[in-house]
Design a binder for this molecule. Structure first.
Ligand code: GAR
Length: 193
């Protein structure tokens, strides 16, 4: 069976992008990354895309478009590239999901949603807030995306115990290790594998 074509949307360092590309290459995931879409220039994810030989597109780095127009162009690019599923991987711009794409856009978030999600909660800020609140457990969530930040039906969660004396960096590292397992597992579930 031919691999399932996916687009990966990025705004940051691109570790998930690289993980997906490697799992596709090794055959551990039955996918083909047909497009990398970024909303910023000069990010690590674009360097990785280039190194991995992936097709990439930077859309609206000056933020001139509203989210409806940005989304319309982004998903048109996905359709032109033949993508059937979109994976948000550290993508930090709100999307208006076109009706035809509902249930086909996945996101990963570095907390156990619905805790510590929503606008302003991304990356290190999430882990800092988790520690400030005194949580004993954190983790990550893969969910379908709707028009609200970090909302939409949950596919997979992985819990991570918060250790005594933890700082945001050490928690981020262990949550990220859980993310690297959770996102491919969620994608397999989405694909019905
Ligand atoms: C990941 O930790 C992901 O959970 C987080 O951004 C990082 C992306 O890393 N996403 C969010 O905070 C979304 N609200 P990467 O660019 O190296 O793949």
């Amino acid at each position: 069976m031919s691999p399932h074509p996916v687009a990966v949307f990025v705004s940051g360092t691109g570790r998930h992008l690289e993980n997906f590309a490697r799992l596709a290459e090794s055959g551990e995931l039955p996918i083909d990354v047909v497009l990398v879409l970024a909303n910023r220039e000069g990010i690590g994810a674009l360097e990785r895309a280039q190194r991995l030989g992936l097709t990439s597109l930077v859309l609206d780095p000056e933020r001139e478009l509203d989210s409806e127009e940005f989304s319309r162009r982004a998903f048109t690019a996905c359709e032109d590239a033949g993508a059937q599923t979109v994976l948000l991987a550290g993508f930090l711009r709100r999307l208006a999901i076109p009706p035809a794409w509902r249930g086909r856009v996945l996101n990963i978030h570095p907390s156990l949603l619905p805790a510590f999600g929503g606008q302003g909660y991304w990356g290190e800020r999430v882990h800092r807030a988790v520690l400030e609140r005194g949580c004993r457990i954190s983790g990550c969530t893969v969910h379908y995306v709707d028009d609200e930040y970090d909302h939409g039906p949950i596919l997979v969660q992985r819990a991570v115990t918060v250790e005594p004396g933890e700082d945001p960096d050490s928690l981020a590292e262990r949550v990220f290790a859980a993310e690297l397992e959770a996102y491919p597992a969620a994608l397999l579930e989405h694909l019905g594998k």
